[in-house]
Ligand binder design. Sequence first.
Ligand SMILES: Cc1ncc(COP(=O)(O)O)c(C=O)c1O
Length: 428
Amino acid sequence: MKNSEIAVRRDDAISRGVGMTTQVYAARAENSEIWDVEGRRYIDFAGGIAVLNTGHRHPKVIDAVKKQLDAFTHTCHQVVPYENYVALAERLNGIVPGDFRKKTIFATTGAEAVENAVKIARAATGRSAIIAFTGAFHGRTFMGMALTGKVVPYKVGFGQMMGDVFHVPFPIELHGIDVETSLDVLDKLFKADVDPKRVAAIIVEPVQGEGGFYEVPRALMKALRQICDDHGILLIADEVQTGFARTGKLFAMQHHDVAADLTCMAKSLAGGFPLSAVTGRAELMDAPGPGGLGGTYAGNPLAIAASLAVLDVIDEEGLCDRASQLGGRLKQRLESLRSDIAQIIDIRGPGFMVAVEFGIPGSVKPSAEFANAVRLRALNKGLILLTCGVYGNVVRFLAPITIQDAVFNEALDIIEASIRECATEAKA
Ligand SMILES: Cc1ncc(COP(=O)(O)O)c(C=O)c1O
């Protein structure tokens, strides 16, 4: 079967609302490589959008899931519970940042984790308003969409957003917004639009994911913690994209020495199986009444088994350190191009959550065209990359942290060649 034949059927059968970045139909995958239905091999630097920190089909994850598959696949934890669900909750309560007693709930997607964190915050505080940041991405459900700080394509055509959601500019010095400005807008928001005593939570990604891999400046994170404490507001960390060793630490909040009251997790939590979680202060987590949280598939046994194995693998294979090493090598290679490639305006990111931002030469004006050209060029050479950023001008790298050195080096060469070729073409 050919990719192009499936693509025609796909266009006929599936809503265009489910956007696509490649027409590479997967046949099989192993660690950091994917083979398509035509037998062509690709290096995967997308990781199913930050899901595969432990790689495709890690043997330990597959073993754990196979064992669970042979025992049972679904009972619904609210009906007939299972021990693994409890074991994983205990484990997350122990590792999520915060020196306080914690409890956990499971859901299926990142958006659901965010929805549940907001429900818990509202139930615990008796308040309704939520503050988020411009450029944030928190999911495609109604509250997730409202919290998301990017209109195109996430909010277009979907009518009125959920109320009582406010956005503060995310500080990006490169584009002229510093921490002071963000805090000043937050202060004005409290004066002009919403009494801080009505705010249930501030939600923040420690490193914006879809928004462009911008790290929250330490000063802002510290200030947010203080503002929350001053006004009885809860701090929610959305670690859906940043979690599980990607940034060189298990959680990105550990870079800030700040603990959130509630932490949202998903993606690499379960190495390719659908699972999300909210972990937080025990007394807050107990605010909703019995039956107020949960879901038919929430905490699916196969995904829970996978997640327990993922946490073992991260530990046993030292993936936090490995992420820092790989990220350092990637940044070094990108830095070596800076003097030749005028379109590179920034290289950044903690650990292996690395991105390169492209602009119009001689300015910091975004060039989505260049970023997309690099992505397509790399795809042609057998490397799957993703773009991101409010202006779509950032190429982000989300390779498995378990990638073998030889494959990683091959990918670095493709990245360099793709950027160089695109720059040469842009000059012509
Ligand atoms: C920070 C963040 N929060 C929430 C989500 C939503 O997760 P999901 O697509 O699993 O609903 C994403 C997805 O990219 C994300 O990056």
